[in-house]
Write a protein that binds this ligand. Structure first.
Ligand code: GAR
Length: 190
């Protein structure tokens, strides 16, 4: 039986991309076909290559071109796309082609703290500024509206008044590392 092929899109460090690659390394049903980044010097490209996964860099102009990305994914027989810290807008042609087959990870409890400009530490800083007593992660389908696709799963963490951005980032990373790959596998195979 052919394995389900996923493409991971990532823009930065890639702790989640690396975690996914490791998780699917010996999976009988799912494989990571490639990792794509819009940043030439993104750590995620080197880490993926070091783990034996094809790592592709494309310019911001190329990744804004929906036809280009659809062609790339079609040629590589991609079944699912997983966004793991990918910070560019997804062209609508790609969203249409991968309807209910594109998943994003967001570091807050959506619909709170979502939308344009809300990524990584920006999110954590806004959460702390509002003195929230909890935060968490959301794993959701991608649609045309930024961070508004159907929610697949959410996981919470408690916050204390003393928490700094570093503390919150650590709590979020823990949730991401613990749950993201399992949820991705579950939704792909459901
Ligand atoms: C992760 O915390 C992910 O939730 C967040 O970027 C970080 C990437 O970390 N994504 C967003 O903010 C999307 N709006 P990583 O490069 O170490 O995986």
């Amino acid at each position: 039986m052919n394995k389900i092929r996923i493409a991971i899109f990532a823009s930065g460090t890639g702790s989640n991309a690396v975690n996914l690659i490791r998780f699917f390394e010996n999976d009988p049903a799912v494989e990571v076909a490639f990792v794509l980044s819009n940043k030439e010097d993104a750590k995620v490209l080197k880490s993926s290559k070091d783990m034996g996964v094809t790592a592709l860099h494309f310019s911001n102009q190329q990744v804004a071109d929906g036809t280009f990305l659809v062609d790339l994914c079609t040629k590589n027989s991609i079944d699912w796309i997983v966004l793991a810290g990918y910070l560019r807008l997804i062209p609508s042609e790609l969203i249409q082609t991968f309807k209910q087959k594109m998943v994003n990870l967001h570091p807050s409890l959506l619909p709170m703290y979502g939308g344009e400009g809300m990524h990584g530490r920006n999110v954590h800083s806004a959460v702390l500024k509002n003195k929230e007593n909890k935060s968490g992660i959301t794993i959701h389908f991608v649609n045309e509206e930024f961070d508004k696709g159907e929610v697949i799963a959410q996981f919470h963490c408690a916050l204390s008044p003393q928490d700094t951005i570093d503390d919150l980032e650590r709590k979020i990373k823990y949730l991401e590392q613990t749950y993201f790959p399992t949820v991705v596998r579950g939704v792909i195979l459901s």
